[in-house]
Design a protein around this ligand. Structure first.
Ligand code: NAD
Ligand code: MG
Length: 385
């Protein structure tokens, strides 16, 4: 049985991962469950899966709480450093990183340095420090198995192929809920409109990122690191039906695509089982029900976040970490109705322009850039409101 450490178990990917683990219960044993603050949900999950360790990263230690987990035979770790500690010390074969944001970076690095394989949903980890992560995996011979549907698609298209034969990677994007909305309307977009994604049900942060197309920008950077292909050779195509999850074009002009229903349990299951495939009873695709697949160019003038991400990714260094942190704070501010939708890219652009980069790309510098960008955008937001 493969032992799983699931970070971010209470989130959308976390819950889908537990669904897969339950469907294939002879294959997996969950040894670590980690959440940020939803303690009662985490306790419920511990009742179902009886891990060795539970982590609550958003609160400090609490005697009563420790007791309620201890009654289930579960050791509780609390506080900001607990995720990294679990990554360094807990007993597992595969870490499923389903955290949201840059919080996923250090635990991933810690697990890779122990030679543990990673099933990665948390794209921000690769945006913040892709170079360090890929290097750590290579040094230890550890695998990074993508959960993000686009990257799982590319991973599948590349099975049995020579990486030197790749011409380009084509990432598909749904275009989000504002694909047809004129840019002049963007200042009037309400939070509830932006949270209504046409095809996927996901956590709030990635849903806003999908509405600004920042998500696709982060995914281009993610693909660049995962597959070792230059940013310039990762193309974005808008495909509103979200049926083709992504494609690879080879040097002979042939294109491979991976298709399926928009259901995250499929890429999660593949990452958990790789290199095997099993039937876990997931819903099947019907060609009669999905008889139209269309494609269009993304509009970089309207979706400025995508443009900013492509530029920061090409510039490299600490700029992608700044882009990511600035975006995290701007998205939170929008969700709390402190700024308008159209102000999200303005704040990120300011942070990218003002940031003083340079120096080595090591964990300390990346975390310092991340911290600087958070404080910078937070201060700008305070001046707005
Ligand atoms: P979510 O908001 O639903 O869940 C996030 C999880 O992380 C929760 O368990 C939460 O407790 C935990 N968490 C949040 N902030 C934390 C912090 N500061 N420290 C520690 N833990 C924290 O998010 P999600 O939609 O499940 O997305 C998770 C990751 O997967 C993101 O990086 C997202 O981009 C990526 N992803 C998600 C989907 C999807 O369908 N939801 C698809 C592709 C990629
Ligand atoms: Mg994706």
């Amino acid at each position: 049985m493969k032992k799983l450490a699931l970070l971010g178990s209470t989130g959308s990917i976390g819950q889908n991962t537990l669904d897969v683990a339950e469907r294939l219960k002879d294959e997996f044993r969950v040894t670590v469950l980690a959440a940020h603050s939803r303690v009662s949900e985490l306790l419920q999950q511990c009742r179902r899966f009886r891990p060795q360790i539970a982590v609550v990263s958003g609160i400090t230690a609490d005697r009563d709480l420790e007791k309620s987990f201890a009654q289930l035979g579960v050791e509780l770790l609390c506080g900001a450093d607990a995720l990294e500690k679990a990554a360094q010390q807990a007993d597992f074969d595969l870490m499923v990183n389903a955290l949201v944001g840059a919080a996923g970076f250090m635990p991933t690095l810690a697990a890779l340095r122990r030679g543990k394989d990673i099933a990665l949903a948390n794209k921000e980890t690769l945006v913040v420090g892709g170079e360090l992560i890929i290097q750590a995996a290579a040094d230890q011979g550890a695998a990074i198995l993508p959960i993000d549907s686009e990257h799982s698609a590319v991973f599948q298209c590349l099975m049995g192929e020579d990486p030197k034969a790749i011409q380009k990677i084509v990432l598909t994007a749904s275009g989000g809920p504002f694909r047809d909305l004129p840019a002049e309307e963007f200042p009037r977009i309400r939070v509830q409109d932006a949270l209504r994604h046409p095809n996927w049900s996901m956590g709030q942060k990635i849903t806003i990122d999908s509405a600004t197309l920042m998500n696709k920008g982060l995914e281009v950077i993610e693909a660049h690191w995962l597959f070792g292909v230059e940013m310039e050779r990762v193309q974005v195509v808008v495909h509103p039906q979200s049926i083709i999850h992504s494609m690879v074009e080879f040097i002979d002009g042939s294109i491979k695509a991976q298709l399926g229903l928009p259901d995250m349990r499929l890429p999660i299951q593949l990452a958990l089982l790789y290199p095997r495939r099993l039937d876990s009873g997931l819903p099947r695709f019907s060609f009669a029900e999905h008889n139209q697949l269309t494609f269009e160019e993304p509009d970089l003038d309207k979706f400025r976040c995508l443009d900013l991400a492509l530029k920061a990714g090409k510039a490299g260094g600490t700029l992608p970490a700044v882009l990511n942190a600035a975006n995290e704070i701007a998205v939170q501010a929008f969700l709390h109705k402190r700024i308008r939708f159209d102000q999200i890219p303005c704040l990120i652009e300011e942070a990218l322009i003002i940031h003083r980069g340079g120096g080595r790309v090591d964990a300390a510098n990346l975390l310092a850039a991340d911290k600087w960008a958070r404080r910078f955008v937070e201060e700008r937001v305070q001046n707005f409101s």
